[in-house]
Write a protein that binds this ligand. Structure first.
Ligand code: SF4
Length: 631
């Protein structure tokens, strides 16, 4: 059936539509009250907006999913945008690094912890904070007023056993629950106060403190009354330091949008108790939708269930939102109360919108400036290396090994100079010999290029290393019949001896870029923006690989890692442990001492020593695994 005929046969109820290419790639996902009407308005030629024309030209197929209501369509639209990542939708990046605080009131002695994800696990979450500085400031203010314990369970138990509190108690930053120095009721009060403070309800907190201070005074508990007075004064100071923007106690999120061509900045202003408690900015590039569509799609994702954000009583938007009723119904369902979506035209609320707008414009300006400098770096890179296209989308690769064990590789992705963490990949080497760097890279590139259909190739592929590494990449591309620019970046010592991949220590001289079919590397000036960009990508891929390896290492434990050392079988492991007494002793033994163990040759000893040296210097603590999960 022709596309036009298909459109006429579409249902006229609510649902979601997906515009696709002939190969099935989803270009755009939208929701509609009337599917046929909406799709027809796009494809029937009625929509002459130049930015939409580019989308229309590429549409070869349309799929629709009928839903019971527009509200259901909204939910489905969000889900499909997340799943297909269509290039013509605005998409809240799921790799945004949230910083939030978590407090679980069900713990015996609750404490605040820093987290990067909101979960529906019954705990209380506060934030997100846009920077760790903002979060630390908030916590340090808070701990002066309402100190909760900060220690982990093991430390708590340890001090409880010793019967004396740690230095935190002396510094008045913990009330000492480990040693029974605060009552259960007293601690619960602190937990409740903490929640009020972090939710921005400082005035409510001040009232509670005032009330308790009066009670303590009346009962002649003067010490307690003095402590409460100090807390009260600190809370009042905090309240004064925050600008009052509304006399109404209604909680609001205020949104504004600034635009320059396809560049858009959306700004959120969080007003709680009449005061601005935080802001968040989101940038989108190459947007072809109009502002109304952007705002509607943005809000659906911003308050999506999995984002875990608090939905306030009022949401102010800079322009009326299509499907406003459906969004309100969705929010009401989620919060169990009414949520109003408004676009004020006059009065104080318009001033709030203007404040948000000013922030959005500022954010946009910063981003455009950063983009300009990035464009300059991209142009420099293109010219200096003779690349075939502008390197807007770059992938960086690195292999990391621990003396031939736990060999892993990483792929990082940069778009417009920014890391796109959702697209990062970690590879465990499956088939290649783990101590053969080039073979490992060969395996990684084969796996990457096999997915070229679903994950289009970047403008530039960068591998850490010298000629050898680049040659593996070029061959892999040629074998797969694919083309894109490929380079390798090597520190001078790497380049001189590509098999010696120096990871530690100094002595690094300069960086050299290798290009296919060119004998001599290109040396970019140390101050060049292009080189800085390449270095950033290479260092990030290195960091990411190491982080993955550390996670595996701490999961595997030293004993099982020992089992992976080539040539050290069960008999030799037993001999080492028997003679040296412990793993720790094995790890810190000198080459000579290891070689003196019966059954251990000098070669074995060298392998072992090399392995432990690569692992970490003796006595150095094993690093904590990263918070980020391996993909
Ligand atoms: S005083 Fe006790 S409860 Fe408080 S931080 Fe120290 S160990 Fe933890």
């Amino acid at each position: 059936m022709e596309l036009a005929e298909r459109v006429e046969a579409l249902p006229d109820g609510p649902g979601v539509y997906l515009f696709k290419t002939a190969a099935g790639r989803v270009l755009y996902v939208g929701k509609a009250q009337n599917l046929r009407g909406r799709v027809r308005s796009y494809l029937g030629g009625g929509d002459g907006r130049p930015n939409i024309l580019l989308l229309i030209e590429r549409i070869q197929a349309v799929d629709v999913v009928v839903t019971a209501s527009v509200k259901d369509a909204l939910l489905l639209e969000n889900e499909l945008i997340k799943r297909h990542k269509p290039p013509f939708n605005v998409r809240l990046r799921d790799d945004k690094q949230y910083l939030a605080l978590r407090l679980d009131p069900r713990e015996t002695w609750p404490r605040l912890t820093q987290v990067r994800r909101f979960r529906r696990d019954g705990a209380w979450y506060f934030g997100p904070y846009t920077s760790s500085v903002a979060m630390r400031e908030s916590v340090s203010n808070l701990r002066r007023i309402l100190p909760l314990r900060s220690c982990r369970e093991a430390v708590f138990r340890d001090y409880a056993r010793r019967g004396r509190p740690c230095i935190e108690f002396e510094m008045k930053r913990c009330p000492g629950p480990c040693c029974g120095l605060i009552s259960r009721e007293g601690y619960d009060e602190l937990v409740r106060g903490t929640a009020l403070f972090l939710r921005g309800r400082s005035e409510e907190l001040a009232e509670t403190l005032k009330q308790r201070m009066r009670e303590a005074s009346a009962a002649e508990r003067f010490e307690e009354a003095a402590r409460l007075r100090n807390q009260l004064q600190a809370v009042e100071r905090t309240v004064e330091s925050q600008q009052m923007v509304s006399t109404q106690a209604i909680d609001r999120d205020v949104f504004a949008l600034a635009r320059e061509g396809g560049e858009i900045e959306v700004q959120a202003l969080h007003v709680r108790d009449g005061r601005v408690r935080g802001t968040e900015g989101f940038g989108f590039s190459d947007v072809r939708l109009d502002d109304g569509e952007v705002m509607s799609s943005f809000l659906g994702q911003y308050y999506g269930a999995e984002e875990g954000r608090e939905i306030p009583a009022e949401v102010l938007t800079p322009l009326p939102i299509e499907d406003e009723g459906a969004l309100e119904a969705l929010f009401a369902e989620r919060t169990g109360r009414r949520v109003a979506l408004r676009t004020p035209r006059r009065g104080r609320l318009v001033e709030l919108l203007a404040t948000a707008r000013a922030n959005a414009e500022l954010g946009l300006r910063h981003r455009l400036e950063a983009r300009e400098s990035l464009d300059a770096a991209g142009e420099e890179l293109q010219q200096a290396l003779g690349l075939s296209g502008f390197p807007r989308h770059i992938e960086g690769y690195d292999v990391s090994t621990l003396g031939g064990t736990l060999t892993v590789a990483s792929r990082v992705v940069f778009r417009d100079g920014q890391p796109s963490k959702a697209e990062y990949r970690r590879y465990r080497i499956r088939d290649a010999a783990p101590d053969d760097d080039l073979a490992c890279l060969r395996e990684v590139f084969a796996r990457r290029l096999a997915r070229a259909e679903s994950e289009p190739l970047p403008d530039l592929m960068l591998v850490d290393g010298g000629k050898g590494q680049l040659s593996v990449l070029s061959t892999a591309l040629a074998d797969a019949g694919l083309e894109t620019d490929a380079i390798s970046l090597a520190k001078e010592r790497d380049a001189e001896s590509p098999s010696l991949r120096v990871r530690r220590g100094g002595g690094l001289k300069s960086e050299r870029v290798f290009l296919p079919n060119r004998r001599d590397p290109v040396s970019l000036p140390a101050s060049s923006r292009a080189l800085l960009l390449l270095q950033r990508i290479r260092d990030e891929s290195h960091r990411f690989a190491i982080e993955f390896q550390r996670g595996l290492r701490s999961k595997a434990g030293l004993v099982s890692i020992l089992e992976e050392i080539p040539g050290i079988g069960p008999g030799k492991r037993r001999a080492l442990l028997r003679e040296l007494g412990s793993l720790r002793a094995v790890r810190s033994a000198s080459l000579e001492r290891l070689a003196a163990v019966a059954g251990i040759s000098r070669r074995d000893a060298t392998t072992l020593r090399g392995f432990f040296d690569a692992l970490a210097p003796p006595g150095e603590a094993e690093p904590e695994p990263s918070e980020e999960g391996a993909r």
